[in-house]
Design a protein around this ligand. Structure first.
Ligand SMILES: Nc1nc2c(ncn2[C@@H]2O[C@H](COP(=O)(O)OP(=O)(O)O)[C@@H](O)[C@H]2O)c(=O)[nH]1
Ligand SMILES: [Mg+2]
Length: 177
């Protein structure tokens, strides 16, 4: 943390910053391993404070901030949002018991994204496991329409690659507007 992500450095850092948020185990790190131009083998290790990597997406240089999702790391999220260019908010709809927690954390993220005018992509991960929930239900559950937010919702699977290109497209189009 500290200097590396302080907003003072925002102007001096070269690449736009893609911030990936969501509860622990929602599928953030595995998604990141898939959306870059040179996908890499994903090893499942819970992310600590934040992993930062310079990468390319559709040949666009980006810095990806893959945030730790455990409750102790969530307090860093506002600091990360301060320096982000775009937010990917990952939700695992099969983790039904934690959906109220998702709503709670999401509300804080969307409010800050609204005030900073950051585009948000809501990723519904692990669609291959066969969860059954309509996008509209999640959209209503998160009360997304109450924010003045530029957002999209996409269903993904890091196992079958469903939706991966949509995530890449959202990032590169929104960073270039
Ligand atoms: N079936 C399935 N499992 C996934 C998918 N994405 C992630 N996972 C699994 O979910 C667990 C947590 O993933 P990870 O990316 O580490 O979550 P993070 O804590 O949000 O970074 C790991 O066991 C992953 O292999 C997916 O699209 N499909
Ligand atoms: Mg992780």
């Amino acid at each position: 943390m500290g200097q590396e992500i302080s907003s003072k450095n925002k102007e001096t850092n070269k690449f736009p910053r893609v911030l990936v948020l969501g509860l622990d185990n929602s599928g953030k790190s595995r998604l990141v391993s898939k959306i870059v131009d040179e996908p890499y083998h994903f090893v499942s290790i819970p992310t600590a404070t934040v992993d930062v990597q310079d990468s390319q997406i559709n040949s666009q240089d980006v810095t990806i901030f893959d945030a730790g999702g455990y409750v102790t790391y969530r307090r860093f999220w506002p600091k990360l949002i301060e320096v982000a260019s775009l937010i990917i908010f990952v939700i695992d709809p099969s983790d039904v018991p934690r959906l109220p927690k998702v709503k709670l954390e999401g509300a804080k993220v969307f409010k800050e994204a609204e005030s900073k005018k950051l585009p948000v992509l809501i990723v519904l991960s692990k669609v291959d496991v066969g969860w059954n929930m309509k996008k509209e239900k999640i959209e209503n559950g998160l009360e997304l329409k109450k924010y003045r937010l530029k957002y999209s919702i996409v269903e993904t699977s890091a196992s079958t690659n469903i939706g991966i290109n949509d995530v890449r497209y959202f990032i590169t189009t929104n960073l270039n507007e």
